[in-house]
Design a protein around this ligand. Structure first.
Ligand code: ADP
Length: 215
């Protein structure tokens, strides 16, 4: 599968991507995970991205295209990839179109996951993330807590609230999404690539994708 997953923060892109990787060996590529890993490792990339991320602003299109230009050429992408959190702006979508054409890659579809704002707000304030940059497993204090409070089931590292998951940063991220990312829905609709899914359960989103791809 070669998919783009679109949706507001908290729409479930990461969860859906992880479930899809189980189906056919496609890799999940999350620009947010890559950036958080770089911040944790203190690399040059991390230093450039950190301030914008903390505020809930987007990092620059050039920085993101630099990452993705390389990432999409790594060998594991041959089996398929699920783009989670990228593209996030019209310039990124235009640049991705050029990049895919140059690499001779054709996308299957672009999935837009629509979830009501109240559900999103509730999910983001109760979301917790594994602090280990290599793991970044996601939990929810209400619906999916770790077995031992504050400890990751998968790797044993502390489970924390992300720095951009304070109420102020969350509402800023949602605003940024509406302004910069929501226009991609129209962009991909025009390209004839859009699958819109109105669903709050990840299983329903997976079922709609399978139907669309005939899997
Ligand atoms: P969420 O989808 O939950 O908001 P992500 O983990 O996808 O979170 O992204 C976290 C932060 O990383 C974003 O708020 C932004 O600062 C940065 N980021 C991730 N992907 C992109 C992108 N494609 N373009 C610009 N900034 C990005």
């Amino acid at each position: 599968m070669k998919l783009i997953l679109l949706g507001a923060p908290g729409a479930g892109k990461g969860t859906v991507a992880k479930m899809l990787t189980q189906l056919d060996g496609s890799v999940q590529i999350s620009t947010g995970d890559i950036l958080r890993g770089a911040v944790a490792a203190g690399t040059e990339l991390g230093k450039q991205a950190e301030a914008a991320m903390k505020r809930g602003d987007l990092v620059s299109d050039d920085l993101i295209m630099g990452i993705m230009g390389k990432r999409l050429q790594e060998p594991d992408c041959k089996n398929g990839f699920l783009l989670d959190g990228f593209p996030r702006t019209i310039p990124q979508a235009e640049a991705l179109k050029g990049l895919l054409a140059r690499l001779g890659i054709k996308l299957d579809t672009v999935v837009s996951i629509d979830v009501p704002r109240e559900v999103i707000l509730d999910r983001l304030t109760t979301r917790r993330t594994c602090s280990n940059a290599k793991c970044q497993a996601i939990y929810n204090v209400k619906s999916n807590p770790p077995k031992k409070e504050g400890v990751c089931d998968k790797c044993g590292s502390p489970v924390v609230q992300r720095e951009d998951e304070t109420e102020a940063a969350i509402s800023h991220r949602l605003e940024t999404y509406n302004q910069k990312t929501a226009p991609l829905i129209g962009f991909y609709e025009k390209e004839g690539m859009l699958l819109s899914v109105n669903a709050t359960s990840s299983e329903a989103v997976i079922a709609a994708i399978k139907r669309k791809l005939g899997k």
